[in-house]
Write a protein that binds this ligand. Structure first.
Ligand code: ISL
Ligand code: CA
Length: 554
């Protein structure tokens, strides 16, 4: 296994809109992040992934970009950005930016021009279908209110393609002029000194522009696999690598819908000269029905273990994986995979932190999880700001579907649960803003906040820092071989990590009940390296949500 800094790095994701507001307009901003640089440094992480901060009308909270080389005015200025980057680098922290180039905003000047006339210079920057040919074969849209990815535009009597919202037209990667513009824009950011990109739905960029009907086998959420494996995807990524990425020492990670353990190698293997890592959705969608309706199966630990073990094995010989449990599109990890009740919130948060930071693959850790933030669980649709939840709610309503069930499901699955503002202290608005927060703040901020966590050595925050250090000091946790044990145990996730003559055993109780790990390993002489309970009782018995890592003598 070849070593690399981006394999050893721990990535901490910041959703800028919700991190820290510096000017009282209720929206987090770059100066807000700057004011928290010492906190960020204190976590021990190596890399920040910043969600989009470019100019945007915010139909999809920054994922609809109207100018790739400017800063969203709510977030600040280019000077603020330069200061942020400098502040991070001074602290030895790298910065990766979000690259959103499957689509732009409809307010981007390319699209404003493109829709003006059929012979406009920018016409072929997007996918247009002349209406005199009839309506093209259906394409499904993630965010369209009717699920339709073709939007009729009167001016030129044509349809344009939008896999996401109607305000997010898909860019036409078949056009070399467009590709060149994107590469130039990437150089612009690299020249500023950024350290890489997280690439939004990058697997979707290539389309068969004859737009044939989608084969029946891709029904339901399988559409991701159709969208994610377009005919020229790898050609384009190899070109991007040649033209841009190979010229910098950078981190690249694909948001990889449509990737599977079979095809992911084409994207990430070193000899492919494309990207370094990709993240999949197998665990996040586990037990979800369409429109993120939740079922019992969503917490099936045996299935969860299978998914992570399968993805680990995929990179045994080639490639490198990623590990994450939460991000800005996902519910809070403790609500989704642990237990957010008062009794178990902290223990189960720490248990999940132990998991993320003891697996092979680069860990991506989401802001707020280090203090055990939980889903807010809105009762009213009016509280949501996310176009996905609002759109689907409207759809279910028009269809006469069960809105109560929808609201209940989205208390677990809805994206805004992961986007509520960071909880800094127990003062008004959790210290996030002095104004009106753009999204409600979780009322549990009076208990769950950074200040309180700093004052308590048993807090999730202290535990997170300890676990970060443990990973940093023990390369076995980064590069060591992973072996799943006791795989049919429905409560316990147990595995070993082995490198050279070092062997660690990780025992995680994912349940609120006592459990027994049957690993066949004698731990009577093993040394506990970390545990989320203050006194580790020996043996294979685990208390509710107990997490422990042993060093074994081999
Ligand atoms: O969030 C999802 C599930 O509801 C995904 O389908 C998500 O839309 C998909 O993973 C793409 O996500 C990325 O691109 C979107 C943006 O809304 C997300 O925030 C972003 O992470 C469109 O740019
Ligand atoms: Ca602000």
């Amino acid at each position: 296994m070849k070593k690399a800094w981006w394999k050893e790095a721990i990535v901490y994701q910041i959703y800028p809109r919700s991190f820290k507001d510096s000017n009282g307009d209720g929206i987090g901003d770059l100066q807000g992040i700057i004011s928290k640089l010492d906190y960020i440094k204190s976590l021990g992480i190596d890399v920040i992934w910043l969600n989009p901060i470019y100019s945007s009308p915010n139909d999809d909270m920054g994922y609809d970009i109207s100018d790739y080389s400017n800063i969203m005015h709510e977030f600040g200025t280019m000077e603020d950005f330069d200061a942020l980057l400098k502040g991070l680098h001074e602290r030895d922290i790298k910065l990766i930016m979000d690259l959103v180039v499957n689509h732009s905003s409809d307010e981007h000047k390319w699209f404003v021009e493109s829709r003006k006339s059929r012979d406009n210079y920018y016409r072929d920057y997007y996918h247009w279908w002349p209406a005199e040919k009839g309506k093209p074969a259906p394409r499904w849209s993630f965010f369209d209110k009717d699920g339709d990815a073709w939007k009729y535009d009167e001016t030129t009597n044509a349809y344009y393609l939008h896999y996401f919202s109607v305000k997010q037209p898909d860019l036409n990667w078949e056009n070399p002029k467009l590709r060149k513009e994107i590469y130039d824009m990437m150089h612009f950011w690299f020249k500023k000194g950024i350290d890489g990109f997280r690439m939004d739905v990058i697997t979707f960029i290539s389309k068969d522009t004859s737009f044939p009907p989608i084969p029946g086998k891709y029904k339901g959420k399988m559409w991701d696999y159709f969208y994610g494996n377009g005919p020229h995807l790898h050609e384009y990524l190899q070109e991007m690598n040649r033209e841009v990425l190979s010229q910098y020492d950078c981190l690249t990670v694909a948001e990889g819908p449509g990737t599977s353990i079979e095809n992911v190698h084409d994207l990430v293997d070193e000899d492919r000269h494309e990207l370094q890592m990709s993240y999949h959705f197998d665990h996040t969608y586990m037990g979800f029905l369409p429109r993120k309706m939740i079922t019992e199966a969503s917490k099936n630990l045996i299935e969860f273990k299978k998914i992570f073990s399968r993805w680990d094995a995929a990179f045994d010989e080639k490639g490198w994986g990623t590990v994450y449990l939460g991000n800005h599109d996902q519910p809070r990890m403790v609500t989704r995979w642990g237990n957010d009740s008062e009794e178990w919130r902290e223990l189960s948060s720490k248990m999940l932190t132990t998991f993320i930071l003891s697996m092979k693959g680069t860990p991506y850790y989401y802001m707020g999880d280090e203090i055990g933030m939980t889903n807010i669980k809105f009762d009213n649709i009016e509280d949501y700001r996310d176009l996905e939840t609002i759109g689907w709610h409207g759809l279910v309503k028009r269809e006469g579907g069960n809105l109560v069930e929808f609201i209940e499901s989205h208390k677990i699955t809805g994206r805004d649960n992961g986007r509520t503002p960071m909880q800094w202290n127990d003062a008004t608005n959790s210290g996030f803003t002095t104004g009106n927060s753009w999204l409600k703040i979780n009322p549990n901020y009076t208990m769950v906040n950074v200040d309180a966590a700093e004052k308590n050595e048993d807090s999730c925050l202290y535990y997170f820092r300890k676990m970060v250090q443990l990973r940093k000091e023990n390369h076995v946790l980064v590069y060591g071989k992973y072996t799943l044990l006791n795989e049919d145990n429905p409560q316990v996730y147990a595995y070993t990590r082995e490198l050279d003559n070092k062997k660690f055993l990780v025992l995680l109780n994912f349940s609120p009940n006592d459990a027994t790990a049957e690993t066949g390993i004698d731990i009577s002489n093993a040394k506990p390296m970390i545990c989320n309970y203050s006194n580790r009782t020996m043996g294979n018995q685990l208390r509710p949500y107990e997490a422990v890592i042993y060093k074994l003598y081999v």
